[in-house]
Design a protein around this ligand. Structure first.
Ligand code: GDG
Length: 496
């Protein structure tokens, strides 16, 4: 049966660390919304808006008066969140010191490196964990308030609560408990956007049992790929002694059977195609571009990437003056020392490599430390000869998918992807490159730059076809379907 409308059969409450927009004070001290245009927001916001749902999250600002009303969106706002009226939003407020310890401490300094299998970078502090617990309880309380505020409906309207990511791995515990106490029937689902590590890494976290118990309070737990699902199932069995079914991906816990599912996220494919069709050309035509686009994060393998490009120029000097690496590095977590150190290292490395090879008419590396507009990004994706996506570890990596969506030129370019990204697991026609082996990585770039046109066309056609089918709407449908909450076109027509 074909499904054209993405809708949930019950009301949906989305719970994420951040709301799908940011609140800011304008020059007059008035609270205003700043829209966000990520793929997740585009896909999920309509389900919340059309299905009587609510969105629970932190609004990006600590309000002196927690009861200050949330402003409506600007009348000119055309982003998907414009229809998310303030009564559909629950803004979570947390004491600023607790929030700092929860977010910068436990989330970014512990879970981020640990779940990316980089335990040496992780800090383990009891105070951070206590604040994580407090913050998750606050999110859960706000979710319960949202659940109780839903208009009472009859029939099979079972509200669906969709909790996102490593910031909120405990919240489902209190929501399940609260709903049971209140006699409210609801379904709980969780999706992790980053990798779930193997047991021997996961168990380094001193309170790892509690994390698993929090996630298992859900009816379904989703990850990008099967490997992460199997890691999770393994941890449940070895840490908690749960009975598990690896074949059907089930974990028994608290007298319930929790479903574990691979749900690889997609992108708004058609939106990127349109952007690529409209965007004016910004890159000059006389040099070929190898493109990297990443948050400036140690998981993204940026230092290894620059070294591989340097090796390419040493081993294959025919690319000198003909090929440049354009690296866009979006500032991220700039108040954390590790990220400041990485910025310093990158600045020095770009300077050293450019100093070594630059000629009057050419620089090997063009480095943008900042954010470019979506139009400009689409033009870069479209006109680059090679998309270089080489993280050391990455849950999925949307850049790889956006690159292929925008590759509308004939002949197209070539995608290189690391096997340590979720995208490396699913984008089979890309060239696979182990970023740790600098010499090998440089050879893969050389192969991409010298690949015959017919092979480029064949590979890119397959890659684009898959991403078009498995776009972000498909992902939302898959989640609803795995939760047993997908409403089909036919049902939708019946409802009128
Ligand atoms: C987490 C997981 C998973 C980047 N530079 C610019 C810009 N971007 C946009 C890209 C893309 C997004 O940022 C980055 O997404 P990624 O997936 O690559 O990485 P994370 O931020 O680490 O996301 C990841 C994802 O969650 C979803 O589940 O894939 O593995 O780590 O959309 O387009 N956008 C603009 N200018 C830039 O300069 N406009």
């Amino acid at each position: 049966m074909t499904v054209d409308v993405v809708a949930s059969s019950g009301s949906m409450i989305v719970v994420s660390n951040r709301l799908p927009f940011v609140l800011q004070k304008d020059a007059n001290g008035k609270l205003v919304r700043k829209a966000s245009a990520g793929g997740l927001v585009t896909a999920v916001a309509p389900v919340v808006i059309n299905g009587n749902g609510l969105w629970v999250g932190w609004p990006g600002i600590h309000l002196a008066d927690p009861n200050e009303p949330i402003p409506e969106s600007d009348p000119d706002d055309i982003t998907p969140t414009a229809g998310l009226r303030s009564e559909k939003v629950v803004a979570v407020q947390i004491d600023p010191a607790v929030f700092d310890s929860y977010y910068n401490g436990c989330c970014n300094a512990t879970f981020w490196p640990l779940f990316h299998s980089m335990p040496d970078r992780a800090t383990f502090k009891r105070e951070h964990w206590q604040c994580y617990t407090t913050a998750n309880k606050e999110f859960a309380d706000c979710t319960m308030k949202a659940l109780k505020s839903l208009p009472k409906k009859t029939g099979n309207d079972v509200p669906l609560i969709w909790i996102h990511d490593y910031h909120l791995m405990l919240a489902a515990n209190w929501v399940r408990q609260g709903a049971e106490e209140e006699g409210i029937n609801c379904k709980l689902g969780f999706f992790l956007h980053i990798p779930f590590p193997p047991w021997d890494i996961f168990r380094l976290f001193p309170w790892s049992d509690e994390i698993l118990q929090g996630m298992l309070a859900c009816d379904m737990v989703g990850f990008h790929i099967t490997d992460y699902c199997l890691n999770f199932v393994d941890c449940c069995q070895r840490n908690l002694g749960c009975r598990v079914d690896r074949k059907n991906l089930l974990v028994e816990h608290g007298g319930r059977s929790v479903r574990v599912r691979p749900l690889p996220i997609g992108i708004p494919f058609e939106r990127f195609v349109e952007l690529a069709e409209k965007a004016p050309r910004v890159l000059s035509t006389n040099q070929r571009i190898v493109l990297g686009v990443d948050r400036l994060d140690y998981t993204k393998g940026l230092v290894h990437r620059l070294l591989a490009f340097e090796k390419l120029l040493e081993n294959h000097p025919q690319h000198k003056e003909k090929v440049s690496l354009l690296q866009i590095s979006v500032p991220s977590r700039t108040d954390v020392k590790e990220y400041q150190d990485l910025k310093e290292e990158m600045d020095q490395l770009v300077g050293r490599i450019n100093g070594k090879f630059t000629t009057p008419n050419w620089s090997p590396i063009r480095y943008i430390y900042g954010c470019v507009s979506q139009d400009e990004l689409a033009a870069f994706y479209r006109d680059a000869a090679v998309g270089l996506v080489t993280p050391l570890r990455d849950g999925m990596n949307l850049v790889a998918k956006e690159f292929v969506a925008c590759q509308i030129n004939t002949p197209p370019g070539v995608l290189i992807v690391s096997p340590f990204a979720g995208a490396g697991e699913t984008m089979h026609e890309a060239l696979i490159c182990n970023p740790y082996e600098i010499n090998d990585a440089s050879e893969v770039i050389h192969r991409a730059l010298t690949m015959p046109e017919d092979e480029r066309i064949l590979r890119m056609n397959y890659l684009r076809r898959r991403e078009k089918l498995n776009d972000v709407n498909y992902w939302t449908k898959s989640f609803l379907s795995a939760m047993g909450s997908l409403i089909t076109q036919e049902d939708h027509d019946d409802i009128g």
